[in-house]
Design a protein around this ligand. Structure first.
Ligand SMILES: Cc1ncc(COP(=O)(O)O)c(C=O)c1O
Length: 344
């Protein structure tokens, strides 16, 4: 049983959940420096790991409980959330549509497009973010009751509960002697449920740990705040309101989220030199990171190690499973011509 339901059995009646992930993920000493630890969320699933799988345990279960047959979501062309959602939908017997907007075309973008296609997702290429968001909200399938609309990144209250559970899982590992109480946890922040859930979960778990989020997505989309302390705080408030409605006992106070702005660089998906250096340093210890999310967070992690004496935990959110075999099953002829063009 997931620690969330063991510690708060009253949630079983009100929170839909399916065991879809391979949990707990290991915590390991990194060898990089004495107090450097890593949480291996790159291994959350045998086919495709990463942080999205934790959210989808709750999201997929919610969709099934509501009688939905198909999930419609969106992301950039290299979306990891799209790959994870396509995989989880396939496992749960749900259909999946991903609306896509452009990001710089890299090997990761090509790989993720192939993976989503191989996993049976229907890919609709809208090119710009504005067109994608408009299509998401005005989608003709909004009129159908069997469709489940999931905002980019899966950072709903359900998704956030996945990371509340993750912090309780970490506390179990600490109690079992797998690692000491970390002074800090460092994680990347895009759509925010990872940071929001870990911040709430550490407080519920009674851990003194500070959770440091590292912004890797634009703070604003046009005039609208998208990744700021206020947007993370709003998601936390929504999740806490849900918990306060259903928890039997009063919960501890939860701190405000901490979001570092200074590792973002020139833009989403654009590598930074500190990120590249961190990727190389991790690679020497056999750990594979990438420039969009984990490289930037790893740069902040290395700085945190220099600032504290206590243990610091790097929350590794990026899949490390070998996807070559699945990628080879992709049939690019099934993609629209413009998307096929991105693969060339
Ligand atoms: C590899 C990876 N790390 C971190 C994140 C950010 O997590 P969240 O969206 O919960 O802030 C994402 C989201 O797209 C991701 O794909």
């Amino acid at each position: 049983m997931r620690p969330l339901f063991r510690d708060y059995p009253e949630l079983k009646a009100v929170v839909a959940h399916r065991d879809l992930a391979e949990l707990p993920t290991p915590v390991e000493s990194m060898g990089l420096a004495d107090p450097a630890w890593i949480k291996r969320d790159d291994l959350t699933h045998p086919v495709y790991g990463g942080n999205k799988i934790r959210k989808l345990e709750f999201i997929i279960a919610d969709a099934l409980q509501k009688g939905k047959q198909h999930i419609i979501t969106f992301g950039a062309t290299g979306t990891n959330h799209g790959v994870a959602t396509a995989l989880m939908c396939r496992e749960a017997g749900l259909g999946c549509t991903v609306l896509l907007f452009d990001q710089p075309v890299t090997a990761t973008v090509r790989r993720n497009l192939r993976l989503m296609q191989a996993l049976g997702a229907c890919l609709e290429y809208k090119r710009t973010l504005a067109r994608t968001v408009a299509s998401f909200y005005l989608h003709p399938a909004r009129l159908r009751r069997d469709r489940y609309f999931l905002f980019a990144g899966g950072s709903s209250v359900e998704g956030t509960l996945g990371f509340v559970n993750a912090a309780l899982e970490l506390r179990d590992q600490i109690d079992a002697g797998d690692m000491p109480v970390p002074e800090r946890i460092v994680c990347p922040v895009g759509s925010s449920a990872t940071l929001a859930g870990l911040t709430i979960g550490c407080a519920l778990a009674g851990l003194s740990t500070r959770v440091d989020g590292v912004r890797v997505a634009p703070s604003h989309l046009g005039p609208f705040p998208a990744c700021t302390p206020a947007t993370v705080g709003k998601l936390m408030q929504q999740t806490l309101q849900f918990l306060d409605r259903h928890l039997k006992h009063r919960r501890p106070a939860v701190p405000e989220p901490i979001l570092h702005d200074n590792y973002f660089g020139a833009g989403y998906g654009q590598a930074t030199s500190e990120g590249q250096q961190a990727i190389e340093q991790f690679a020497e210890h056999g750990l594979k990171l990438e420039p969009t999310y984990t490289g930037k967070a790893a740069a902040a992690f290395l700085d945190a190690l220099g600032e504290t004496n206590g243990p610091v935990l790097f929350w590794n959110t990026y899949n490390s499973r070998d996807t070559t075999e699945l990628e080879e099953k992709a049939d690019p002829t099934q993609l629209s011509a413009p998307l096929r063009g991105l693969l060339e």
